[in-house]
Write a protein that binds this ligand. Structure first.
Ligand code: ACO
Length: 326
């Protein structure tokens, strides 16, 4: 039987209009007695600005225009979509899934729609799941989306975390294809590290218990991230029978420029081969990779036929990589 592959046929993204520069944030935080500076943020992270959604905007509201842009680029209509997978840690509701809410906003019904929760690795997890569902014949044309309103779970009294994150959404249309497309995927989790990056509050009996705001041990995350990203990159290259010399573009999770530099260095890739958007978006968790991919495609950097390595890492601890041909 001819193997069925999946291939990205369109990308799209959306950022909420409110752009908050480091200086804007410094001024806002000063009003709370929280001290930080543009210099500290740029030097430690590479971030210069991020976008924050308005209070009435949910993840599905950001996902919708991103999905529409990806469908337009792919030349498909909502009715052609037969699978929706949304990666998010900031869903519209506890349930139903943001994917089901998005499906309704797209004006379609019937196809499977579900969320994937793997924090900042969410998009590579979602892409790997959609790829498998296309390969086994369950779906032919999937929308795979990362969408986050991380500003909702930030503690704006904690300068060590609130300066790092932003809101946004990125999407791809993934279609069945006779040729790859997705060459290999590699996913991992290690729950021993739950405590270094988490939102410990939860809902029980209709009440929020604990504090539903992000907590992070930045240094512990940093140390783990560079090591696991390198392992995932090597694993996915080996599965596809490729080497680091075959990579045209590295599109890593956009958490911190120093993590990206460290990852590229270990793969012997010059920074010119890395799509970097962290300076403009901050860390948008599951949305960061598809946002960067769409930026790479629309800016003309990432071209059809090129080999792209996507890499995610985040809370869980989770990590993973997808190697693909555009
Ligand atoms: N402004 C000014 N000073 C600050 C700020 C701030 N915003 N935040 C921390 N500091 C201070 C600290 O208080 C500390 O001061 P001290 O030395 O007087 O105690 C000093 O700066 C250094 O703090 P460190 O935590 O050691 O700074 P570090 O160089 O490790 O940078 C950072 C912190 C940027 C968080 C880094 O550790 C990092 O990027 N870690 C990875 C984070 C990450 O990628 N997270 C996302 C993962 S994806 C996900 O799933 C969400």
């Amino acid at each position: 039987m001819t193997p069925r592959y999946s291939r990205i046929t369109g990308t799209g993204s959306h950022l909420p209009p409110r752009r908050v520069t480091n200086d804007d944030l410094v001024a806002e935080l000063a009003g709370r007695g929280v001290e930080t500076s543009n210099e500290w943020i740029v030097e430690r992270t590479g971030i210069r600005a991020r976008h924050f959604a308005a209070p009435d905007v949910a993840a599905s509201d950001l996902a919708l225009p991103a999905a529409q842009a990806a469908m337009q680029a792919a030349g498909v209509q909502p009715a052609d979509i037969d699978l929706i997978v949304v990666a998010t840690s900031t869903p519209d509701m506890v349930f139903p899934s943001t994917a089901a809410i998005l499906q309704h906003k797209l004006g379609i019904a019937g196809c499977p729609a579900f969320d994937v929760q793997a924090v900042c690795s969410g998009f590579v997890y979602a892409l790997a799941v959609a790829d498998a569902l296309i390969a086994n014949g369950t779906a032919r044309r999937a929308l795979v989306i990362g969408a986050e309103v991380f500003s909702r779970i930030l503690d704006f009294n904690d300068r060590t975390t609130c300066v790092l994150f932003g809101d946004g959404a990125g999407a791809v249309v993934l279609e069945a294809s006779d040729a790859p497309g997705i060459l290999a995927t590699d996913l991992h989790a290690d729950g021993r590290h739950v405590g270094i990056l988490c939102v410990p509050g939860h809902v029980s009996g209709g009440q929020v218990l604990g504090e539903p705001l992000l907590k992070m041990d930045g240094q512990a995350v940093f140390k783990l991230a560079v090591g696991v990203l390198d392992k995932a990159a090597r694993a996915v290259l080996a599965k596809a029978g490729k080497t680091e010399a075959d990579i045209d573009w590295l599109i890593p999770h956009q958490a911190n420029i120093r993590i990206m530099q460290g990852t590229a260095r270990k793969l012997h890739l010059p920074l010119e081969k890395v799509v970097v958007t962290v300076q403009d978006h901050g860390n948008t968790s599951a949305a960061s990779i598809p946002l960067a991919l769409d930026h790479g495609v629309r800016s003309g950097q990432v071209k059809p036929g090129q080999t792209v390595l996507l890499e995610g890492v985040g809370g869980g601890f989770t990590w993973g990589a997808v190697l693909l041909k555009m």
